[in-house]
Design a protein around this ligand. Structure first.
Ligand code: URA
Length: 210
């Protein structure tokens, strides 16, 4: 089995990603675009949320209509670039909780080390969407899913803006039950682990640290 892959290539998303890729785009605009793209992607990634019928009195008559049927969500950005996607998704789903996870690979043991983790206490009742703008080698994504799975959420989706084939293959191989939502699939990785053509270091561009 392989993960389901959703490529959200809506014209608005494609347009905004072109602006995001441009090296001349400064931090303020980069942050705004990241947030807007995350919001548009969230709209698609939540297409399967269940609904229930309700009756609402309009000024004219009673309407049989639908509302979300109480499914609880948690967004979990991977530190630090994932933070750039939080405003966009919570603007769309303000009732969602936000957890945070930060990890790195120990260069000696090559084992993942969690340097920060704060997840909602009721995560076992929630559907989780992990946020990271770049799915490059997939190493961090694989480790993050592994760690979040230990807390037994109801389900996990992975949402990134740009994915490399290497990252998709790695995540999908280890966690085939986790669907991957991306907005663009790029060619490859370079020797430094950057996605080509990509957009550079998403964290540095969001936070202006370069
Ligand atoms: N992380 C980034 O921010 N950019 C890449 O190209 C790869 C990983």
């Amino acid at each position: 089995m392989k993960s389901k892959i959703f490529v959200m290539d809506h014209p608005l998303i494609q347009h905004k990603i072109s602006l995001l890729r441009d090296k001349g785009t400064g931090s303020k605009e980069f942050r705004e675009l990241t947030s807007e793209i995350a919001m548009l992607m969230c709209y698609e990634a939540t297409r399967d949320l269940p609904l229930k019928e309700v009756e609402v009195e309009t000024p004219v008559a009673v309407a049989k209509t639908k509302v979300l049927s109480g499914r609880k969500l948690a967004f979990i950005p991977i530190l630090r670039a994932g933070m750039g996607m939080v405003d966009g998704v919570t603007a769309l789903i303000p009732a969602a909780k936000v957890g945070h996870i930060g990890l790195y690979r120990d260069p000696n043991t090559l084992k993942p080390v969690e340097y920060f983790s704060k997840l909602p206490t009721d995560i076992a009742e929630r559907d989780v969407i992990i946020l990271d703008p770049m799915l490059a080698t997939g190493g961090t994504a694989v480790d993050a899913v592994e760690m979040i799975k230990k807390n037994k959420p109801k389900s996990i989706k992975f949402m990134c803006i740009i994915a490399a084939p290497e990252g998709i293959n790695a995540l999908s191989k280890v966690h085939p039950d986790v669907p991957i939502y991306c907005a663009a699939m790029d060619k490859s990785l370079n020797d430094h682990g950057y996605i080509v053509p990509g957009l550079g270091d998403a964290g540095d561009r969001i936070f202006g640290t370069k």
